[in-house]
Design a protein around this ligand. Sequence first.
Ligand code: NAG
Length: 230
Amino acid sequence: PENPEPMLRIGKSYLGTKYVANTLDQDGEESLVIRTDAVDCLTFVEYTLAQALGSSFADNLQKIRYRDGIINGYPSRLHYTSEWIENGIRHGFLTDITAKNSAHTQKISLSYMSTHPKQYKKLADSPENVRQMAEYEKAISGKVVHWLPKSELPEAGLPWIMNGDIIAITTKMPGLDIAHVGIAEYKEGKLHLLHASSTLGKVVVSDEPLNHMLNNNKSWTGIRVVRMSH
Ligand code: NAG
């Protein structure tokens, strides 16, 4: 069968969708934004996962995007992908595949948002939001997670990385955990990335295999792999 994995089948229905950053940062109170016509790397994965999980799209999206599914201001949104992953595992809709298959570990260290408030509309004007973000950063920092260094990812991928898996790219940018996310797709025996590309301005399957993308980016260090739990 072709594309039997729902994450891949649904993710591919977004091919060509335009890339737009910051669609979730609306004026006024934080609320559940659904903009499936304009995505960034993370919202693309969120919409795909919300649809793949079945039944209520909006309910799923809220559980995916907000800490424990509760919308309570800007800091209740899961801004850091490692906390986004942790929330998904805790609520039973994601499984940490790297944890089962890679012995490499790293300690999470988050501070980027609270130290760059001018880059975020909802932090630039709110010291209270900055204070709360700093608290959440502190709460997750120090947690140890498994990852796969890019030097250990062959062009052909690995047997334990499957079509439709969520790939989160780790970064050495100080205070940040994940720099980019997408969905795994094997093409002609090589592992590629289905992702919302800011440089190409839309959702694409990478021309290059994922390991080339990683090796061509100096600040990207490796990957974490998580899978939708069925
Ligand atoms: C992430 C942003 C987050 C935003 C999400 C979806 C960081 C650390 N996180 O990259 O604020 O909600 O994209 O647009 O910048």
